[in-house]
Every structure is written in C-alpha cells, then in structure tokens.
Design a protein around this ligand. Structure first.
Ligand SMILES: Cc1ncc(COP(=O)(O)O)c(C=O)c1O
Length: 352
C-alpha cells in the first residue's frame, strides 16, 4: 500500500552506503544498546515526539531489533526469571496476533510457555501481551489482568495516525514498534522497543547480543533516513512536494474501509467490526479507527471454516482459529497493493 508514497518521494528517501563504512559490530559504545545507530535513535525519538503516540524521551531506553518479532522474544527472555521452577505463562486476550503462540513456544524454552486467552487465565505469574490497536480485529485495548507479579508487553505496531486516532502518549514498561507498520518497510526488518527499566533493557540487549550480535547497521541507516523523511514531511515541508505519510495512509485506508463496508453490505453474509470515532491529538480532528486488517465473520450457518470457504472463492485470509477464536472468523489484509485489494472487494461483494 505504501509503495506509491515512497515512489513519489524519489531520491529524497534513498541512501548510499560506502563499502568501507559500518564494518564494526559496534554502532555506539557509549550507549547501553551499543548496536543502535545514533541517527536511528534520534529519528525514533523525534517521530514519537512529533506524533505524540509514546513517551520516548532521553529517560527511556530505545532498543533496536531485527523486526519487532526479535524484540518480542527479547522481552519474554527479559521478563522470565532464569531460575524459576515453572515457566512464565504468556497470555493475550483473544483474538490475539496469531504469531504470539508459536513465537513463544517454538524453542520449548523452560523460561516461558504460551497459556492462551488472557480472559481465561488464573494465576499470578504471567506476561500479558497487549496489542493495541489489536491485530486482528483493530480493537483498542488495555491489559485485562492485574496482579502484583504479572508483567505486560505493549505491542503498539499499529498505534500510528494512519490506523487510529492518537488519543494520548502511551507510557508503558515495554512498548514495541516496527518500521513495517509505520512506513511499510517490512523487509528492512527494523523494530524498536521503548523500555522504562534499565535492568529489563539490559536483559533484552543481552538477548539480542546472544541471538544475532546486534542488528544490521545498513538496515538501521535506511530506517533512519525513512523516518527522517516522515518527520520532515510535517516539520519542514517541501513547498513543491507534499510528503505527509500519515495523511497518505489515512486517505488510502479510509477509501478502502469505505469499499469494504460497501462490499460487506452487498454480500449480506458477513459482518465486520465498526468503531467509534475519537479525537486525534496528531491530526487535531475527530477521526476514525482504520485498522490494517478487517476481521470478518461469516453469518451463514453452514460456513464453519471461513478460511477454506474464501479460498475456494479466490480470497486468501487467515482463519479465526489461529487467533484463538472460532473458524467462522477470518482476518483480511487492508494494506495490500491496490490491484489485490480491489479484486478482493469485488469477489467479496459478489458472494451471497
Ligand atoms: C501486532 C504485530 N506485532 C508484530 C508484528 C511483526 O513485526 P515485524 O515485521 O517488525 O517483525 C506484526 C506483523 O504483522 C504485527 O501485526
């Protein structure tokens, strides 16, 4: 979806990296996160300040990761006591991002284990994953558990103005963000965590040291340039060319959600969530929640497996059971290429 925006940016968003630079493992030995490129740290803080979506000043630790997926694992490692008798239970309210369970369990670690839907969990020792706006259903969430020993990780991948009104600067213990959802550069594999506590930050950094000895410096430099262009688009706009990424994203998503709603109504067999508009501090306007995914439910009694049903009709989705819900739900991407999206709504509207 973002390709057209970045094409129009042209050379202004490109970087060139000389072969003799960025050879060392180290980016900044004076920083606790020694593999974080200073330009990237600067642009991350600058963008959060501009957007007002997270408290990320100098008194917070910024940790870069190979995507927020690596930081998610680093957070579980950091929050799970190394010598506990039992693994920490990792939970999230259903429907939850389908990658959380396999990412928690694939190494069968003695540190942590997936324990499913947070609303069904009873116990004191847990890590609750709070994804808001939520993947897959776009809901705005807060932690549902509150126990003295419990920990939370806030996955704020979609807390950006193209997807949702920015109602307050988030200020949680561990907040995860990713370039993939902020600007569309998923392949650069850059994510960042904003962390309050030094000891937790240190353990997350230790995880990344052991796992990949840092994060590709070339990708970080590219990410810094991309983020710089995003902030410049608002703070020092070019009078000849408007480069406002969040405005671009909102317009695209608003048009797509409109088309999707029409297709859902035309078919008459699906329902999609609807959301209350809210005041967005960034745009200075009341605006709508425009999630990156549509969480569809099929109201036809006989359709119990929506993923297979839609596959037969030429629509690829991820079925509800992977998100901890019934298979009559499915998640559809709202951020694909224009052609794919248009074909999807045409096919959806034609069903009955
Ligand atoms: C909620 C959420 N968290 C994390 C990720 C993974 O992000 P990354 O590409 O930075 O690993 C995704 C990707 O779809 C996501 O939807």
């Amino acid at each position: 979806m973002y390709e057209a925006f970045w094409k129009s940016a042209g050379a202004a968003a490109d970087i060139s990296i000389a072969s003799w630079t960025s050879l060392s493992y180290f980016s900044d030995v004076t920083n606790l996160c020694w593999f974080l490129e200073p330009q990237l740290a600067h642009q991350i803080r600058r963008l959060h300040r501009l957007v007002g979506n997270a408290v990320a000043g100098e008194d917070r630790f910024i940790i870069v990761g190979t995507g927020s997926s690596q930081l998610f694992q680093a957070a579980l490692y950091a929050l799970s006591p190394p010598d506990a008798a039992e693994p920490m239970s990792v939970v999230s309210l259903a429907p939850f991002y389908s990658t959380y369970p396999p990412l928690t369990d694939y190494l069968r670690s003695p540190l942590h284990k997936w324990a499913g839907d947070a609303s069904k969990f009873a116990g004191d020792r847990y890590i609750e994953l709070v994804c808001t706006p939520n993947n897959p259903d776009g809901s705005i969430r807060e932690a549902v558990l509150c126990s003295g020993e419990g920990k939370t990780v806030h996955d704020l991948a979609y807390y950006w103005p193209q997807y949702t009104p920015i109602t307050h600067p988030a200020d949680h213990d561990i907040m995860l963000f990713t370039l993939s959802k902020t600007t569309g550069h998923a392949g650069s594999r850059i994510g960042w965590a904003v962390v309050k506590d030094r000891a937790v930050a240190k353990r997350m950094i230790q995880y990344i040291e052991l796992n990949t000895i840092g994060v590709a410096r070339e990708a970080q430099l590219r990410a810094a340039k991309i983020l710089q262009l995003v902030s410049d688009g608002y703070e020092s706009p070019n009078p000849d060319k408007e480069m406002k990424l969040f405005d671009f994203g909102r317009q695209k998503l608003a048009a797509r959600w409109h088309k999707l709603t029409e297709a859902v109504q035309a078919s008459g067999i699906f329902t999609a969530p609807s959301f209350e508009p809210a005041f967005c501090n960034f745009t200075g306007d009341v605006s709508e929640n425009l999630p990156a995914f549509a969480w569809l439910k099929c109201e036809k009694e006989e359709v119990e497996d929506l993923e297979s049903y839609l596959k037969e009709k030429g629509i690829m989705v991820r079925g509800g059971s992977r998100f901890g819900k019934e298979a009559r739900y499915a998640r559809v991407s709202m951020v694909d290429h224009d052609e794919a999206f248009d074909l999807f709504v045409q096919r959806l509207a034609a069903m009955s």
